[in-house]
Design a protein around this ligand. Structure first.
Ligand code: GLP
Length: 244
């Protein structure tokens, strides 16, 4: 779906999430959301916060699982995805703290494997993700599933691509300060979501969006795996869609 602007697209996505939350609430159920970080989803979160403040949307029945976190990373660090999510959503709505799950960037190296298996188990224990939000990195990564990731990969520790670290360098005051690793949900984890929404805005993403949608399926561009799923929507602004 191509929207004239990222604002209009983000508001639409936020309203879809809000409807899901409300219909689950109506049935006495929980809404299980897979959330993403980065600049792309910020306006979706802004609209959800507005709906909470102005229209009484409650997050009491919302359970969230974030896609990824840098490793190592302390949750209180400015650059952590924990800080990002608190700033843009969690501290601004009424979600119960125990409903929030973000990969822990402080797990000791010898426990990461078990930790990642547990993260997968927790998602399954809620019956899986109702919606997974995604952005796309310029390497074609989804979450932090960099080139080379397998289509059935699970939550795991990965090494970040050089381009990804360069793109993150502004947040860290130089590429040398960007962690070399991250914990990410796998492509397989993402695929289990009932609905996947990949968002991309502006012309900087046009080339990778074209490759992801029209390119040949390839481990070199993990976002091409999304072509295999019937539950995926690409939500784009005109600029991101300009090469399609
Ligand atoms: C990071 C995140 C991804 C995100 C990507 C794009 O690498 N781990 O989940 O999709 O950045 O970021 P942005 O939305 O800022 O372009």
């Amino acid at each position: 779906k191509v929207y004239p602007t990222a604002d209009e697209a983000s508001i639409d996505v936020a309203h879809r999430i809000s409807h899901l939350i409300q219909s689950k609430q109506h049935n006495g159920e929980k809404a299980i959301l897979g959330l993403a970080t980065g600049a792309t989803p910020i306006k979706v979160y802004r609209e959800l916060v507005r709906l909470h403040r102005e229209e009484g949307l409650s997050f009491q029945n919302v359970v969230t699982f974030n896609l990824d976190e840098y490793y190592p990373m302390h949750p209180t660090a400015d650059q952590s995805y924990v800080s990002f999510m608190k700033k843009h959503l969690f501290d601004l709505v009424d979600i119960p703290t125990e409903n929030i799950h973000i990969p822990d960037g402080t797990v000791p190296a010898d426990q990461v494997h078990a930790y990642c298996e547990d993260y997968e188990r927790k998602i399954s224990s809620y019956g899986g993700l109702d919606i997974q939000l995604l952005g796309i990195g310029r390497t074609g990564h989804i979450g932090f599933n960099e080139p080379g990731s397998a289509p059935n990969s699970g939550t795991r520790l990965v090494t970040l691509d050089d381009l990804t670290r360069r793109d993150a360098s502004r947040d860290f005051g130089g590429k040398e300060n960007v962690p070399t690793k991250a914990i990410t949900m796998g492509v397989g984890t993402i695929f289990k979501a009932k609905e996947i929404i990949l968002m991309a805005w502006n012309e900087k993403k046009a080339e990778i969006v074209k490759k992801a949608i029209e390119g040949e399926l390839s481990a070199d561009i993990p976002a091409t795996y999304l072509q295999l799923s019937d539950n995926v929507e690409f939500i784009l602004d005109q600029d991101a869609a300009s090469l399609l």
